[in-house]
Ligand binder design. Structure first.
Ligand code: OMD
Ligand code: FE2
Length: 454
């Protein structure tokens, strides 16, 4: 099978390891020795602490970094609302959340080439309260333009788990540069300032926004042992890289755009935010190549729970119950004997939002679930293979079988009931009217009572 694994172009340099403690210096000697905040940090840099968890969060969960930069992030004018191109009524309409028990499926979302990363996102499903640090938002992003020169963006609303479906993202962040391509994912933590450019044209993809306090983790491996699924060494963080600050009256102004409680604000400053010469800590953006996922499955019988495909999980306070799991369905061999191999028909106490990066999803061979589309099976909304998949799997002669070749479906699974936004239901115009009819309503009873039993 070997799945394609990406290599790294020379221009990008990474540290490897999942939430490992990294030290990164763009200029040798710019990290202070044996102290975080000496009276005079090396080379006249300012020291800045960047907290991703409460100061007193338990050691294992505690994510903080120290940044050594030319000017501190606070050196900017006050934030003002960022002007919107749409009316307040339209925006309000798009954000209303509708709780619905229906199974939903969307055709591929259109790319809006007129916007950049700042305006790229449309929330399709949501739970919780951003200001209380609870819940998640699921968005579709599309863009056709680089972010303006001298512009940086950050979100105070939570970590972004970015799942590109189309197009390449070149991300210049405070901590360094990341190249993110479809079949890779990127986690951009709350607060990190960054600028997105599109070296190969338009982009489209999905974002899981984690409003909940806390961060994505690797799942426990239990009896699997010490390796498998997403391996820690395959997560890549940027190495420190900086631009010279330009200060004084000749400096071009910079715009820092903040997403704050789902509203955009802008503040001006006369120096680049990308002036971090060195950093150390565990709070930083990172990326992961889904082609490196070590997929594990049944080698005997029955269809295992999809939790074996979890890449990252954001735990709730209830053990084993996730605020959000990011689960993938990579190419894999199926060998189970006397088994209905696709997913079972099921109802789930968790909500399941699915997307498709490329290829076909093996539980929906009847068509209709397409790359750049999506589906939502909310809490206790019944679902499972479509009729075509059911019939093919029931009648198949079982032998070793490769599924998902050239394909990558994924699921954001959450313990929350997610509401569908006005944008997701109406504005995007992608909801499939015939999802139930096309998938399940044509299933016929196959029950035959044994003779003499009635
Ligand atoms: O519904 C789906 O297609 C996702 C899914 C896949 C699987 O293998 C088992 C359970 C499940 O919800
Ligand atoms: Fe499911």
């Amino acid at each position: 099978m070997p799945t394609t694994k990406f290599t790294t172009p020379e221009r990008y340099q990474y540290h490897n390891g999942f939430l490992a403690y990294h030290e990164s210096e763009a200029v040798p000697g710019s990290l202070p020795l044996g102290a975080n905040s000496p009276q005079k940090p090396p080379y006249g840099l300012y020291a800045e602490k960047f907290s991703g968890t409460a100061f007193t969060a338990p050691r294992q969960e505690n994510l903080q970094s120290w940044l050594y930069r030319i000017l501190p992030a606070s050196a900017h004018a006050p934030f003002k609302p960022y002007t919107s191109t749409r009316s307040a009524e339209d925006e309000a309409q798009d954000h209303i959340v509708h709780q619905l028990p229906n199974q939903l499926r969307w055709d591929p979302f259109d790319v809006d080439e007129s916007v950049d990363w700042v305006r790229a996102r449309n929330v399709v499903a949501r739970a919780g309260e951003i200001a209380l640090k609870t819940g998640i938002s699921i968005s579709i992003y599309t863009a056709g333009r680089d972010m303006d020169e001298n512009t940086a963006f950050y979100s105070a609303d939570g970590d972004f788990l970015i799942v590109p479906q189309h197009g390449v993202m070149d991300i210049q962040s405070e901590m360094g540069r990341l190249l993110v391509r479809p079949n890779e994912i990127c986690v951009m933590p709350r607060g990190v300032r960054y600028r997105v450019t599109l070296p190969e044209g338009p982009i489209r993809g999905y974002i899981l926004e984690l409003h909940e306090a806390g961060h994505l983790e690797l799942p426990e491996l239990g009896p699997i042992g010490s390796n498998g699924l997403a391996n820690a060494r395959d997560f890549q963080a940027p190495r420190a890289a900086f631009e010279e600050a330009t200060t004084g009256t000749t400096a071009a102004p910079w715009n820092v755009i903040a997403k704050f409680n789902d509203r955009l604000f802008v503040a001006q400053q006369n120096h680049t935010p990308f002036d971090v010469v060195a950093w150390h800590g565990r709070y930083y953006p990172y990326k992961y190549d889904l082609g490196r996922f070590n997929t594990i499955g049944s080698i005997s019988f029955d269809h295992p729970d999809p939790s074996i495909f979890t890449v990252l999980t954001a735990p709730s306070s209830r053990p084993g119950t996730a605020v959000a799991d990011f689960v993938i369905f990579p190419p894999r061999w199926l060998v189970q004997e006397d088994t209905f191999r696709p997913p079972w028909y099921h109802r789930n106490t968790m909500s399941e939002f699915m997307g498709l990066i490329h290829g076909d999803y093996d539980a929906k061979i009847g068509g209709g679930f397409k790359p750049a589309g999506a589906s939502l099976h909310n809490i206790m909304s019944a679902h499972g293979p479509d009729r075509e998949t059911f019939e093919a799997a029931t009648d198949a002669r079982l032998g070793p079988q490769m599924v998902g070749q050239g394909s990558m479906a994924f699921m954001f699974e959450s313990c929350y009931m997610v509401g569908v936004t006005g944008w997701g239901l109406e504005t995007c115009r992608k909801v499939q009217e015939n999802y139930n009819a096309d998938s399940w309503e044509s299933l016929r009873p196959r029950f035959k009572a044994p003779s003499g039993s009635l």
